[in-house]
Design a protein around this ligand. Structure first.
Ligand code: KG4
Ligand code: ZN
Length: 352
C-alpha cells in the first residue's frame, strides 16, 4: 500500500510517498532563505509559501516516482502541533487530494512522526525511551509502540532548539543557527562551567532552557567582541579564527547536551526495562548530543536509535511513514479532521 505524506507544520513544504514502510520518493521546498532575512519564521509568509508550493511538489513527486495517482491508498498529513496557518494549508491540500484520489485521510501527530522516523531505516526495539528535541519542543516519552506514547517530561518554557537558535542570533550567525553553533563548536573547546544547566538540580524530568538563553545574552553583552559585524555565509569554518567564538559555541553545545543527558539518564534509571533510546527532531542532528547519547546507551545497555540527518529535521517521509503504519492498523480520519496549533495536545481521535 502506498501512503502520500504532507508536511507543512512550520517552514518546510514537503510531500513524500512511502510504500509498505519504505520511502519511495520525497519532494521538499525549504523556506529557510526567505525567513533568514527576518531572523525567524514569519507565520504569514510561511503559509503563503506552502500555498504556492504544495501542488507543484505533488506533480513533481508523481513525475519523479512514476507512481500512478490511483495507486495511492491513503493521504497522511501533519495535523499538529505547528503554526496554525501553515497546518491549515497542508491539511486543505491533503483533504482535497484524499477526495480526488478516493484515498483515506490520516491525520498524523508531527511529534510522534519525528520519533518514529527511524523505522524507515531500521526496526525500533520497544519499549523505547524517546527524546524529541526540535525548534519548538523538548519532550521525553516512554514509547511502548508506534501508537502508545507516554509523556514523561517536557520543557516548561523554551525548547533546546530555540536556545541554540537565539544564541546563534545573538552573535549574528545565520538563521536557523543550531547547525552553525554545532559546526563552529566542533572547532573549539567547551568551558563546562560557563553556562548553567537549568532545572538539573531538582528532581523530575522536565526541562527549562529560558535561563540558558538569558545567561548567554548576558555573556555576549559582556563580550561584545563575539558579535559578528556582518552575516557570514553557510561555511562558518573560517570563523574559527575569531577569538573566543568557537569556544563559546562549544560551551553552548556542551551545556545543552549535558542538560539533556542528565534528564535522559534519570529517565533510563526510572524505566529500566526500555530496550532502546530514540533521539529525534532537528536538534538530534547535533554532533555533541549524538555523542553524549551514544555513550549513555552504552552505559545502560540500550540500543541507540538515531534517524539519519535528513530524517531528523522536518520532512514528509516521517509523516507518510507513521500515516502508513496507522492506516495499516485500521486508523483513519474523516474530512472533519482538525488542525492542532502549537501548545495544544494532539488528540487520539481516529476512526477505527
Ligand atoms: O525538527 P525541526 O526541523 O523543526 C521543528 O519542528 O522545530 O528542528 C529545527 C531545529 C532548529 O532549532 C535548528 O536550529 C535545529 O533544529 N538544528 C540543529 C542542528 N540542525 C538543526 N541544532 C543543533 N545542531 C544541529 N546540527
Ligand atoms: Zn519538527
Amino acid at each position: 500500500m502506498i501512503c502520500l505524506g504532507v508536511e507543512t507544520s512550520c517552514d518546510e513544504t514537503a510531500l513524500a510517498l512511502v510504500q509498505d514502510g519504505r520511502l519511495v520518493c520525497e519532494k521538499m521546498a525549504s523556506q529557510e532563505r526567505l525567513h533568514a532575512v527576518f531572523g525567524g519564521v514569519v507565520p504569514e509568509l510561511a503559509s503563503r509559501e506552502h500555498l504556492r508550493k504544495g501542488v507543484l511538489l505533488y506533480r513533481a513527486l508523481l513525475k519523479e516516482s512514476g507512481i500512478a495517482p490511483a495507486d495511492i491508498g491513503c493521504v497522511a498529513v501533519a495535523r499538529g502541533p505547528g503554526l496554525l496557518g501553515s497546518l491549515l494549508v497542508g491539511m486543505n491540500l491533503a483533504k482535497g487530494l484524499s477526495l480526488g484520489l478516493n484515498a483515506r485521510l490520516v491525520g498524523v501527530n508531527h511529534l510522534h512522526a519525528h520519533l518514529m522516523a527511524a523505522s524507515l531505516e531500521r526496526e525500533i526495539p520497544f519499549p523505547a525511551l524517546g527524546l524529541l528535541i526540535s525548534g519548538g519542543h523538548t519532550h521525553l516519552y516512554l514509547i511502548r509502540s508506534h501508537i502508545e506514547f507516554e509523556l514523561l517530561g517536557r520543557t516548561l518554557d523554551d525548547a533546546a532548539g530555540e536556545a541554540l537558535d537565539k544564541a546563534a542570533k545573538m552573535v549574528n550567525l545565520p538563521y536557523p543557527g543550531g547547525k552553525f553553533v554545532d559546526q563552529l563548536g566542533r572547532l573549539g573547546v567547551a568551558d563546562e562551567s560557563l553556562f548553567p544547566r537549568p532545572l538539573t538540580g531538582v528532581p523530575g524530568l522536565d526541562f527549562s532552557f529560558s535561563g540558558l538563553k538569558t545567561s548567554v545574552a548576558r555573556y555576549v553583552s559582556q563580550h561584545p567582541g563575539l558579535r559578528l559585524e556582518s552575516l557570514p555565509g553557510e561555511d562558518v569554518s573560517q570563523l574559527a579564527a575569531m577569538p573566543g567564538l568557537a569556544d563559546f559555541c562549544a560551551s553552548i553545545n556542551w551545556t545543552v547536551a549535558d542538560t539533556l543527558r542528565i534528564k535522559t539518564q534519570r529517565a533510563l534509571t526510572a524505566h529500566g526495562r526500555v530496550r532502546s533510546l530514540i533521539v529525534a527532531g532537528g536538534v538530534a542532528a547535533n554532533s555533541v548530543i549524538r555523542r553524549v547519547m551514544l555513550e549513555l546507551c552504552g552505559k545502560f545497555g540500550v540500543e541507540p536509535v538515531f534517524p539519519s540527518m535528513t530524517l531528523c529535521t522536518d520532512n514528509a517521509a516521517m509523516i507518510a511513514n507513521l500515516g502508513w503504519m496507522l492506516f495499516r492498523d485500521g486508523y483513519c480520519h474523516g474530512q472533519d479532521l482538525e488542525a492542532i496549533p502549537r501548545g495544544r495536545v494532539v488528540p487520539f481521535d481516529y476512526h477505527a
